[in-house]
Design a protein. Sequence first.
Length: 320
Amino acid sequence: MPGDRLFFYLFYTMALICVGSMAYDAIETPFGKRDKIVGGAAVYAAYAASNFVKPINLVSIIGNDFEEPEIKSLEARGCSFEGVERVKDKKSFFWSGRYHLDMNTRDTLVTDLNVLGDFNPVIPDSYQSAEFLMLGNLHPAVQISVIKQMKTRPKLIALDTMNYWISAAMEDLKIVLSMVDLLMVNDAEARELTGDYSLVKAARKIMAMGPRFLIIKKGEHGALLFHANEVFFAPALPLEDVFDPTGAGDTFAGGFMGHVARTKDISFQNMKTAIIVGSAMASFCVEKFGPERLKEITKPEIDDRIHQFIDLVNFDIALV
């Protein structure tokens, strides 16, 4: 069908730039452990987003230990490595952590920056036409550098940050917040950023800093989307088994941005759908260690999971 060919063409000519770490992790949870498994924000986000949009233009840095099969796996999903710096005499970023029984708290055991300590991202010319930019959790000065390299401002710039940068690089963080359209943080980070316990008050303060849209993630309790005076809440899917929550937030962001980039619609209404898509992808991520589950999911599985989320937020009520 002509319409099918048109959709195929559009799908494969949309582009999303994903800036973030590509790493190896050592993970221990109450259900097992992995001494070495691929990780990093860009990896999780890319696997999630690639189900909805291609190419994924990666911007990152890797060392001599980043294995070729992992690169080939991402390339097979439509990821471009032109913006990925490869350092021959150093190792990739490495993180090790142990999760507690409740899976909501964890202890960081090892953080070796390795090549990430020298990360100075360069945006290739071939990436410049991308309309969507996702900035993973990095130093705000690095995020600012990426935005300034874009010759044409993307249609939507999304930003992730963490409590460390809120306390250690607040001035740079304020600058980058004034430059982006969407901020993604968890509830603790929103409170720390603003000093307000009320998430509604915190949201107003954060949006006054620059972002027009704000997502506050609440882990197993879902996520909130704010825009102007509008609020949307998406629940988390109750799961029988959670093996490893590592990367769930980055997977959420990848699913969210993948949907927005595919539809090219940055309205609040469409972002409500994107939150459901992101939540669905994150629910897959936690089912196995690292990105293992993300590597194997199929479109029918994704469609079914999204419909499960839709059923959670749809109901009929008769007022007597």
